[in-house]
Design a protein around this ligand. Structure first.
Ligand SMILES: Nc1ncnc2c1ncn2[C@@H]1O[C@H](COP(=O)(O)OP(=O)(O)O)[C@@H](O)[C@H]1O
Ligand SMILES: [Mg+2]
Length: 333
């Protein structure tokens, strides 16, 4: 059992309030992603949970024990950072086994644990290499291996894939999800990348300026964003927003429609505009349209869709796919 509960957890650095007060329940075995723009307090919150920073107020409970005042080592969590923090002069095996050696475990037992972690992470053939002889993805796997051998109650990842190139990121994303499926240990994963959040999380916590904007499953957040911030943050390309007369016709200050929920026609539709740039991805074409109101809208069309820059086009939102927001930016249901 390693549920994690935050009760009104707050953090100030001097006069600056970084986290005003957060309540959050993380279930045992859950994969939770903290996502939000750079500087919103994701790392700070993770460090508070790890015990690397002291809370300014509130309490943290792990596995039914209040650990608010406990040092990191007593919390039973393992942290994996963006910078892998490997020892360059040590072999992969020694790096992975290091925390066990520090804990005074005997050599044979360490060897067995290291072999086990290496097998899980496909590092068996690399155990004698030094970190510099590894790719970025392999180095990150070593860092994860070092966390695994401790058999922690939970894993804390802080943007672990940010140093990797795009293709490798996609691979590692899958590997970490696969690891979670195998270990079934509670994981908290911090990222500014909503695609990582959507693809990996059981539960997403959207943070903004140290506050939780919304907590939910990826599809919850996609389908029922609670406010403009979440609506604009989750989904790629971003949700389109329209104000003015069209929004008031629908009884809202702002209406939002995702690019994938807009039908684009060159003959007729609900909203008229002029085609701008088309982005051809092969699978899809994203057409950027300047509406007659001056607003810019992106529409997703099939991969083989062709429209010329400057052509008149019409957009029609799919039935039931329009999001409405009041003047404060909260969703109207
Ligand atoms: N040790 C610190 N002292 C003062 N301010 C800090 C410290 N650590 C973080 N901050 C500030 O707290 C805010 C949140 O930072 P951080 O948690 O690193 O954001 P994120 O990880 O979401 O990018 C930022 O404004 C940052 O400058
Ligand atoms: Mg950070």
């Amino acid at each position: 059992m390693s549920a994690i509960t935050l009760k009104n957890v707050s953090k100030r650095f001097g006069d600056a309030v970084i986290i005003p007060g957060i309540d959050l329940e993380i279930r045992d075995g859950e994969f939770v992603v903290f996502v939000g723009p750079s500087g919103c307090g994701k790392s700070t919150l993770l460090r508070l949970i790890a015990g690397l920073e002291d809370v300014s107020g509130g309490s943290i409970v792990i596995d039914r024990q209040d650990v608010t005042e406990a040092p990191p080592a007593k919390r039973g969590l393992a942290m994996v950072f963006q910078s892998y923090a490997l020892y360059p002069h040590m072999s992969v095996a020694a790096n992975i086994g290091f925390p066990l050696k520090m804990a005074g475990m005997d050599k044979a037992a360490i060897e067995k644990k290291v072999q086990g972690a290496a097998a899980t992470l496909n590092l068996t053939d690399y155990l004698q290499r030094r970190p510099r002889e590894l790719s970025g993805g392999q180095r990150q796997r070593v860092a994860i291996g070092r966390a695994i051998v401790r058999e922690p109650k939970g894993f804390l990842f802080d943007e672990p894939l940010s140093n990797l190139d795009a293709a490798l990121r996609v691979n590692m994303r899958l590997e970490i999800s696969e690891l979670h499926a195998q270990l079934k240990t509670t994981m908290i994963y911090v990222t500014h990348d909503q695609v990582e959040a959507m693809t990996m999380a059981d539960k997403i916590v959207v943070l903004n300026r140290g506050n939780i904007e919304q907590v939910g499953s990826p599809l919850d957040l996609y389908t029922n964003p609670r406010n403009l911030f979440v609506a604009g943050f989750i989904g790629s390309p971003k949700m389109n927003f329209l104000g003015g007369a069209y929004a008031s016709q629908h009884g809202a200050a702002t209406v939002g429609v995702r690019p994938e929920h807009l039908a684009l026609s060159t003959t007729s539709g609900a909203l008229r505009g002029t085609a701008g740039v088309s982005e051809h991805l092969g699978s899809d074409t994203f057409v950027h349209v300047k509406m007659d109101t001056g607003e810019m809208i992106t529409a997703r069309s099939p991969g083989d869709f062709r429209v010329r820059h400057g052509d008149a086009v019409w957009l029609t939102p799919e039935d039931g796919r329009m999001h409405r927001f009041d003047a404060e930016g909260n969703a109207v249901r």
